[in-house]
Structure formats: structure tokens, C-alpha cells
Design a protein around this ligand. Structure first.
Ligand code: S3P
Length: 166
């Protein structure tokens, strides 16, 4: 099963990937890596400042970060919501990892997301809905497992542990 494999969380911004990833890593006693955090540490810049140079630059940096992080195992990895925009990222993450889609309904995301630090959501209303429409099928298609995040975070963590046989 998951011995020596990474557990990789994908899903929309605000679906709970980072918090769940953190809790999961504690439960499994594994290191945790949030790719956005990894990028900020490496570039010594906030994601929103990297985006000022354009999304394409960010995606290039993100792709390199995915390569670097996915080589280390076993760990729990939380990805940025747009990681699924490039199939190479998913292929890379799948080499050493199990992909889990954190599926949080759009209305719940909208009700509690902070868009301030999320450059793709900040500028226009309806941006989140648009991203959801464009991406939902990709999360579904690329994941090995899917879990709904509609109640407690602890419940989601337990659900993931069950899914992967831990
Ligand atoms: C992005 C989501 C962000 C971050 C960047 C781009 C996206 O991560 O990687 O702002 O394209 O959806 P979160 O999903 O953690 O917000």
C-alpha cells in the first residue's frame, strides 16, 4: 500500500488541502510539504508577488517545485489548486505518490475562502466559479481517490487513512 509513497492532495483553492495535509502528516508521522510554501521559501517571494510577473512564470516555478518535491518520499504533499493544469505535474506526482482529490462543494468554499492572497481569485467576482468549472473534471480524472470535505476536517483525515489502508 502506501509504504514509501507520497500522499498528494489536490483540489480547488480553499478546499482544505493544507490543513488536511498537516493533520494527515501528524497522524502518519510523516513530513509535510505544502508546494506553495516550498515555492515561497525557495523564491523568497510571496506567491502573489510571483504572479506579478505573470501566471506563466509562476507555472514554470511550480512545475520545477513539483519535480523536486515529488522525488522525496514518503511524505504528505499539498499542491496548489492549479497544479492539474499541466499533465506533466500529475505524471510526476504519480510516479511516487497516491493522488487524493479533496472535493469540497463550491458553495462551502465560497462561504469561507480568503481570496486576499490568491491572485487568481482576487481580481474578479465569479473567478472561483469559473475555475471550478474548468477544473472539476481534471481533479476527478487525475485522482486515485476522492474524498468529500463537507463536515469535520478530522473526519476527512480519518476517511483518507481508510481509503489508503492505514
Ligand atoms: C492557484 C492556487 C494557489 C496557488 C496559486 C495558484 C490556482 O494555491 O498555487 O495562487 O491556480 O488555483 P491554493 O490552492 O493553495 O490556494
Amino acid at each position: 500500500m502506501i509504504e514509501n509513497k507520497n500522499l498528494v492532495l489536490i483540489g480547488m483553492p480553499g478546499c482544505g488541502k493544507s490543513t488536511i495535509g498537516h493533520l494527515l502528516s501528524e497522524k502518519l508521522d510523516l513530513p509535510f510539504c505544502d508546494i506553495d510554501q516550498y515555492i515561497e521559501n525557495k523564491e523568497k517571494k510571496k506567491i502573489k508577488d510571483i504572479f506579478k510577473d505573470g501566471e506563466a512564470i509562476f507555472r514554470k516555478i511550480e512545475k520545477q517545485a513539483v519535480k523536486e518535491v515529488s522525488l522525496k518520499t514518503p511524505m504528505v504533499i499539498s499542491t496548489g489548486g492549479g497544479v492539474i493544469k499541466d499533465e506533466d505535474n500529475i505524471n510526476q506526482l504519480k510516479k511516487n505518490g497516491i493522488i487524493i482529490f479533496i472535493n469540497r462543494p463550491l458553495e462551502l468554499i465560497i462561504s469561507d475562502i480568503n481570496t486576499e492572497d490568491r491572485p487568481l481569485l482576487k481580481e474578479q467576482s465569479g473567478a472561483l466559479e469559473k475555475l471550478y468549472e474548468q477544473r472539476y473534471h481534471l481533479y476527478k480524472m487525475y485522482c486515485d481517490y476522492e474524498i468529500k470535505n463537507i463536515s469535520s476536517l478530522e473526519g476527512v483525515v480519518e476517511g483518507i487513512l481508510e481509503l489508503v489502508g492505514k
